[in-house]
Design a protein around this ligand. Sequence first.
Ligand SMILES: [Zn+2]
Ligand SMILES: [Zn+2]
Length: 200
Amino acid sequence: MTKYRQGFVSNSSSSSFVCDVCGYRISGWDMSLSEAEMVECENGHELCEEHLLKPLKEQGQMILKRLCEGEKISQNELNDFIKENHIDIDHLTFEDFNFISNELGYGDFRCHIPECLCPLCNFEELSDSDTMLYLQKEYNIPENEVFEEIKKINPRRKKLRDNEYNEYVLRKINSNITQILKEVEDRFDGSYKKFREYIR
Ligand SMILES: [Zn+2]
Ligand SMILES: [Zn+2]
C-alpha cells in the first residue's frame, strides 16, 4: 500500500511504493505511480508495470467496453478514435489502454487496472502480506513465536518481516508457496475477491 508522510518541505510529501509481486521498493518526494513505473489494480495490489498479464483478445475488448460505460464516449466514437490513432484492436497493450484512458479523460489507467490483468488477482502469484494473513488464519501461529526465533539469530532485529513469518510457518507445516497458491485458488474458485474477504 502507498504511504504518504508529510515532510518538512511544504506541500511536498514522500511517497513510497512496494511491489506486491517482487518486493521492489521505490520512494521519492511527490513521486507518482507513473514515475515509479508501477500500477495499482482494482483490488488494491501495487506492482511493477512489467508484471501485468497480456490481455487476451476478448479481454482487451471487454476493457475497452468498460471504458465506454463511463458515457464520455459512445462505442462508435471509440471505434473511430481507435482507427484514427492506428491502435491494433486485436493486440491491445497496457500502453494502448493508458493512452485511450488519458485521451478520453478517464485519467491514468494504471491507477485502476482491471483484475484480469493482475497476476495476483489471477493466483499466478501470492503476495507476502496475503500469504501471511492466510497462514495466520489457518494455523494460528503467533507472530511472537516466529520473531523470537528470528531474534535468536539476529538479536538486533526490531521487526518481523512478512516473508520471514511465511517461511517459518511453511517449514513448520511442511508446505511451500506453490502448494498454498494452488490450495487457495481451488478453495476460493479462482476468485481473488472471495479470498480477500476471507483473509481480511
Ligand atoms: Zn515488481
Ligand atoms: Zn490485483
